[in-house]
Design a protein around this ligand. Structure first.
Ligand SMILES: C[S@@+](CC[C@H](N)C(=O)[O-])C[C@H]1O[C@@H](n2cnc3c(N)ncnc32)[C@H](O)[C@@H]1O
Length: 281
C-alpha cells in the first residue's frame, strides 16, 4: 500500500468513526480490508483504494469503516466494574430513584452484546428487589454487523467460557448445536440501536448509568473530549460513567471525576460529593 492510499483511508476512518490509525498499523489496514476487496470483487487493494477515493458508494465506505472496528468483548469484562455496579451503584440508584422507580442504562459501544447482557443478568438476578421498576438498557454500536449478532444473542463455546459464571450460563443460556442461545427473558431487556459516538446522542434520552468501555482508546484526545462531554450532557447530576481499565477522564474532560476507591467509575464533577459520602458510609 502506498503512503497516499494509507493517508486517504486513515483520514476517512477518522472522519467516520474517530479511529486514529498510525502508519505502523498499515498492516492492520490491509489485513482487514482485503476481505472487503474480495467481497466487492476488486482485483486487489489498489482497486479498493481507488473506489474509496472516488467515494461514490456509501455502502462501501461504511463497510470499510466497520471492517476496521475492533469488536473484542466478553461477558463481565474485567469483573470489578460489574461487581461495583451490582454492589454499590445499583443499591444507591434503587434508593435514590425509589419514587420514580425508573432506571436507564446505556452501553455505548456494545459490540456483540456481552456488556449489556451482563448488566441485564445482574438486574435479573436482583428482580426480587426491582419488581415494579421500569428499567431500560439501550445498547449502541457503529457496526451493524455486531448489532445483528448482539440481537441474536448466540455465542460460541469460547465466548461463554470467557467471564460468564457457570451458574449464569446454566440459568440463562440454552445449547443449540455449536452455539449457546441467550434466553429471551434477558434478550428482551436490551434495546439494540445503531449509533455513532461522533454524533450527538441527545435523541437517546437521559441515562443514569453509562458504560463506555474500551472504545475511547481508539480516538484522539479531542474526540475523546467531545464524546465524554456529550455523555455528560445526558446524565443527571448523580449519574455514573464506566470506562475501560486503561481509559481515564484525566486531562480529557473536566465534566467527570473519578470516584475514589472505585476504579474505572466516574461521576459528574460538580455533584460527586453526595455519592462519595454515601459510598464511603
Ligand atoms: C473493543 S469493543 C468494546 C466492547 C465493550 N464495550 C467492551 O468493553 O467489551 C469496541 C466497540 O466500539 C465500537 N465503535 C468503534 N467506533 C465507534 C463509534 N464511533 N461509535 C460507536 N461505536 C464505535 C466498535 O464497533 C466495537 O464494537
Amino acid at each position: 500500500m502506498n503512503v497516499s492510499d494509507f493517508d486517504m483511508i486513515a483520514h476517512l476512518l477518522k472522519e467516520r468513526s474517530g479511529l486514529v490509525l498510525s502508519q505502523e498499523k498499515a498492516y492492520l489496514l490491509e489485513g482487514r480490508l482485503n476481505p472487503v476487496a474480495r467481497r466487492y470483487n476488486f482485483k486487489g487493494f489498489d482497486e479498493l483504494a481507488q473506489a474509496i477515493r472516488l467515494a461514490r458508494d456509501e455502502k462501501l465506505l461504511s463497510d470499510v469503516t466497520e471492517a476496521m472496528t475492533t469488536n473484542e468483548s466478553f461477558f463481565f469484562r474485567d469483573a470489578a466494574p460489574f461487581d461495583q455496579f451490582r454492589d454499590t451503584v445499583l443499591p444507591y440508584l434503587m434508593e435514590s430513584r425509589s419514587e420514580t422507580k425508573t432506571l436507564r442504562i446505556w452501553s455505548a459501544a456494545c459490540s456483540n452484546g456481552q456488556e449489556p447482557y451482563s448488566l441485564a443478568m445482574i438486574l435479573k438476578e436482583n428482580r426480587a428487589h426491582l419488581s415494579g421498576w421500569h428499567i431500560e438498557i439501550v445498547a449502541t454500536d457503529i457496526s451493524e454487523k455486531v448489532l445483528e449478532n448482539a440481537r441474536q444473542g448466540r455465542y460460541s463455546q469460547f465466548e461463554v467460557q470467557r467471564g460468564l459464571p457457570i451458574n449464569l450460563l446454566v440459568r440463562y443460556f440454552k445449547q443449540d448445536n455449536e452455539r449457546w442461545q441467550i434466553d429471551d427473558s434477558i434478550r428482551n431487556m436490551v434495546d439494540f440501536r445503531h449509533f455513532n459516538l461522533l454524533g450527538r446522542p441527545s435523541s437517546l434520552g437521559q441515562f443514569d448509568v453509562v458504560f463506555c468501555r474500551n472504545v475511547l482508546i481508539y480516538f484522539d484526545p479531542e474526540t475523546k473530549t467531545a464524546v465524554l462531554n456529550n455523555i455528560a450532557d445526558l446524565m443527571p447530576s448523580d449519574g455514573f460513567l464506566y470506562l475501560g481499565g486503561v481509559e481515564t477522564v484525566l486531562g480529557i474532560s473536566e465534566r467527570f471525576q473519578p470516584i475514589q476507591g472505585q476504579r474505572g467509575v466516574y461521576s459528574l464533577a460538580q455533584d460527586s460529593d453526595s455519592f462519595m459520602v454515601k459510598a464511603a458510609g
